[in-house]
Design a binder for this molecule. Structure first.
Ligand SMILES: Cc1cc2nc3c(=O)[nH]c(=O)nc-3n(C[C@H](O)[C@H](O)[C@H](O)COP(=O)(O)OP(=O)(O)OC[C@H]3O[C@@H](n4cnc5c(N)ncnc54)[C@H](O)[C@@H]3O)c2cc1C
Length: 418
C-alpha cells in the first residue's frame, strides 16, 4: 500500500510538469504553424536581401538543434516535425543554425529559386566593376558586424596599396555609410595616412543604433589594428549627408547629394541594406516631428502620434506604441480602406487595438500636409485636421541596389545560391 502511494506520488510529481510542458509545446507549435502559413502566403515579400538559411525538408529530422542555436530566436521553428523559416527577414546570417544541424540539412543562400536577389559583382578585395568604387558590409550581401568590420579593413588595405590618390583639392577616399563597415574602413584608411571623409544620412553607428533596447550585440572578434576601441573623436563625420549619385570625374569620382558634393579618388559604399526610407512628399515633411522609424516608445510619451502606412511595419509600430500606453493617442492613416498584406497575428493584434480604442484607424485617408500642431488628411468626406505632435512614416524604402545600378556597377542575380 505504502509503495503504491509513493509510486502514485512520484507519478503526480513528474506528471504535472510534463503535462504543463507538453501543453506549452503544443501552443508554441500551433503559433509557429500559423506564422509559417503567413510566411508562405506573403511568399515573395519575405525574401531577405542578405544571406539566410534554406532547409532541405527531405533531410531535416526535426531535432530542433537549429531553433535552439539561432541567436535571434524567432527565425526558425519546428512545425510538422520539420524546421521551417518563420521570419526570414530577421535573419542576419549568424549561420549558427547551419553549424548546429546534425544532418547537414541547412545551407545559407541568397534569394530563392523564384525570386532573385541582386548583389554587386565584387573582386576578393570588394572592388566593384567600377574602378575605385568598393562595396562592403551588408550591401555586399553578408551580414554581421564582425564581417562588416573585416571587409572595411580589407577594402582600406587595397585602396592604400593602389596608386589611387586624390588630386589637389580632392580626398583620397570618401566612405558613404557610418555603420560598422564604413567606420572600420574609414579608421583603417586614416591609419594608413589617407585623406578621408565619412558621410551618413543618419546617425553615427548604422543599423546598430536601431537595435531594440535589450538587443545583445555579438560582434565576435572586432579588431581594428592601431585603434582598439572606436571613439567618436577618431574621425570627422559630416552629419546627415545623403548620397544620391556618383559621377565619373576624370580618374576620380564626384559624389552628389542634396546640398553637398565632394570628389575623391576612391569611394567606399557601406550603405547597408535598409536603403533610404520612402517619403510622403508632402509640405511639412521636413519638420523635426516627422520620423521614419520607431526605436523606443518613450520619446513619444504624452504625444498625439500618427503612423502613416498600411503594411506590417506600420502596424507593428502602432501596436508597439499602443502597448507601451505612453502616448496621448495613437492613430494610423492608410490610403486604402483596409490594411494591406498583414501577417495574421499582426492583424489580430491591431484589430484588438482598434476594438479597444488604443489605436484609432484612419483608413481611406491620405496625409496632404504636416504642421507643428496638426496634420491635414484627405478623407472621403473632404479635408480633416487632426491634432498631432509626431508623425512616423512607414511606407517602405528604396533599395540601395537602385543607386548601384545608376553608378554603372554590375549586379549579379542570386537565386537560392550561396
Ligand atoms: C535587429 C537587428 C539585430 C542585429 N543583431 C546583430 C548581432 O547581434 N550581431 C551582429 O553581428 N549583427 C547583428 N545585426 C546585423 C548588423 O547590424 C549588420 O550586419 C551591420 O550593421 C551591417 O553593417 P553595415 O555597416 O554594412 O550597414 P549598416 O549598419 O546598415 O550601416 C549603413 C549606414 O549607411 C547609411 N546610408 C545608407 N544609405 C545612405 C545614403 N544614400 N547616403 C548616406 N548614408 C547612407 C545608413 O544611414 C547607415 O548608417 C543585426 C541587425 C538587425 C537589424
Amino acid at each position: 500500500m505504502t509503495t503504491l502511494v509513493v509510486v502514485l506520488g512520484l507519478v503526480a510529481v513528474a506528471g504535472v510538469p510534463y503535462l504543463v510542458w507538453t501543453r506549452l509545446e503544443a501552443r508554441k507549435h500551433k503559433r509557429a504553424a500559423i506564422i509559417h502559413q503567413d510566411t508562405l502566403s506573403l511568399g515573395e515579400d519575405l525574401v531577405p536581401a542578405s544571406i539566410h538559411p534554406e532547409v532541405d525538408l527531405d533531410e531535416c529530422i526535426g531535432s530542433g538543434a537549429c531553433v535552439r542555436a539561432c541567436p535571434e530566436k524567432d527565425i526558425l521553428a519546428i512545425t510538422d516535425g520539420r524546421a521551417r523559416l518563420l521570419n526570414p527577414l530577421s535573419c542576419i546570417g549568424h549561420s549558427a543554425c547551419m553549424q548546429a544541424c546534425p544532418v547537414g540539412a541547412i545551407k545559407l543562400v541568397f534569394g530563392t529559386a523564384t525570386r532573385g536577389v541582386e548583389l554587386p559583382r565584387l573582386t576578393p578585395s570588394f572592388e566593384t566593376t567600377q574602378p575605385g568604387i568598393f562595396v562592403i558590409g551588408e550591401l555586399s550581401g553578408i551580414g554581421l558586424i564582425r564581417n562588416a568590420v573585416e571587409q572595411g579593413r580589407q577594402a582600406a588595405v587595397t585602396i592604400f596599396r593602389s596608386s589611387r590618390r586624390g588630386r589637389p583639392g580632392e580626398l583620397d577616399a570618401i566612405v558613404v555609410g557610418a555603420g560598422p563597415a564604413g567606420i572600420a574602413a574609414a579608421l583603417a584608411l586614416i591609419a594608413h595616412g589617407l585623406k578621408v571623409q565619412i558621410v551618413d544620412q543618419d546617425r553615427y553607428g548604422g543599423t546598430v543604433t536601431h537595435y531594440p533596447r535589450s538587443k545583445v550585440v555579438m560582434t565576435g572578434s572586432f579588431e581594428l589594428p592601431g585603434y582598439g576601441s572606436i571613439r567618436r573623436k577618431t574621425m570627422t563625420k559630416e552629419q546627415l549627408l545623403v548620397l544620391e549619385a556618383i559621377h565619373a570625374d576624370g580618374p576620380s569620382w564626384r559624389l552628389v547629394g542634396p546640398g553637398w558634393q565632394d570628389r575623391a579618388a576612391s569611394v567606399v559604399l557601406a550603405l547597408g541594406r535598409r536603403g533610404a526610407p520612402r517619403k510622403l512628399g508632402v509640405p511639412g515633411e521636413e519638420l523635426a516631428k516627422v520620423a521614419y522609424r520607431l526605436i523606443e516608445p518613450e520619446p513619444f510619451a504624452d504625444q498625439h502620434v500618427l503612423i502613416v502606412g498600411g503594411g506590417n511595419a506600420a502596424a507593428d509600430c502602432a501596436i508597439a506604441l499602443a502597448r507601451a500606453k505612453l502616448c496621448t493617442s495613437v492613430s494610423i492613416s492608410y490610403r486604402r480602406a483596409e490594411l494591406a498584406r498583414l501577417r495574421s497575428l499582426v492583424r489580430k493584434d491591431i484589430e484588438r487595438c482598434f476594438a479597444a480604442g488604443t489605436i484609432v484607424p484612419l483608413l481611406g485617408t491620405e496625409v496632404v500636409s504636416i504642421a507643428e500642431r496638426h496634420v491635414t488628411l484627405q478623407t472621403a468626406e473632404g479635408m480633416r485636421q487632426l491634432i498631432n505632435d509626431r508623425v512616423i512614416v512607414q511606407i517602405g524604402g528604396q533599395p540601395p541596389s537602385e543607386l548601384l545600378r545608376t553608378i554603372g556597377i554590375e549586379l549579379v542575380e542570386k537565386r537560392g545560391e550561396a
